[in-house]
Design a binder for this molecule. Structure first.
Ligand SMILES: *[C@@H]1O[C@H](CO)[C@@H](O)[C@H](O)[C@H]1NC(C)=O
Length: 189
């Protein structure tokens, strides 16, 4: 129970300490972490201070690119090719190799950033998983290099969403930064 409280309070603690990186090292000594908690703690710290070579998506950009507004049936085979154009989803005008659209409230997704770390699709333990099933569309690039020529295969999926999160400094929040996968649970017949 004490462990649970510690882990839940962690994001808040880290936010408070954010301007004082050296305090993290002290905190690490005082909290009596198990090895897996230690790993989660180090991951949180890495997430808070990570700055990639390319500009990561902002809260607004992520919302625009990923969150579905339900005007088109998710089973539409042209879903991705059409929505990518409508929503102008791209990587500096280059087609994204793959993309996920999710039918979920942004705030609900953001809450996931406070959940413990689980393995991403590549096995690295840096993702957060939804607790309920979320509907979405997986887009896999089939043709095109630059906008607006990007053509995608669309695959409807319903499952547990895996996302990564990062710290956005100007708004001082941990935000979803990437959709890693939708884990489908298949019926066993
Ligand atoms: C996406 O498309 C590529 C190339 O067509 C294919 O190799 C890959 O397996 C696809 N990925 C998934 C997850 O379907």
């Amino acid at each position: 129970m004490g462990t649970l409280l510690t882990m839940q309070a962690l994001p808040l603690l880290l936010l408070l300490l954010q301007p004082f990186p050296f305090q993290f090292l002290k905190l690490r000594k005082y909290l009596n972490f198990s090895p897996s908690e230690q790993e989660a703690f180090d991951d949180y710290v890495a997430e808070l201070f990570s700055t990639g070579p390319t500009k990561p998506p902002t809260k607004e950009l992520f919302q625009k690119d990923v969150i579905i507004d339900y005007e088109r049936p998710l089973s539409d085979s042209d879903y991705c090719s059409e929505e990518v154009k409508l929503k102008s989803v791209h990587n500096r005008l280059h087609c994204k190799k793959e993309h996920f659209f999710l039918g979920v409230e942004y705030e609900e997704l953001q809450q996931l950033c406070r959940q413990r770390f689980v393995a991403c699709r590549n096995g690295v333990k840096r993702c957060h998983r939804s607790q309920k099933l979320i509907e979405g569309v997986y887009c896999n690039l089939t043709d095109g290099v630059m906008m607006p020529d990007c053509q995608y295969k669309s695959v409807y999926k319903k499952g547990y969403v895996l996302i990564t999160c990062r710290w956005q400094d100007d708004i001082r929040q941990i935000i979803p930064s990437h959709v890693n996968d939708i884990l489908e649970i298949h019926d066993q017949h």
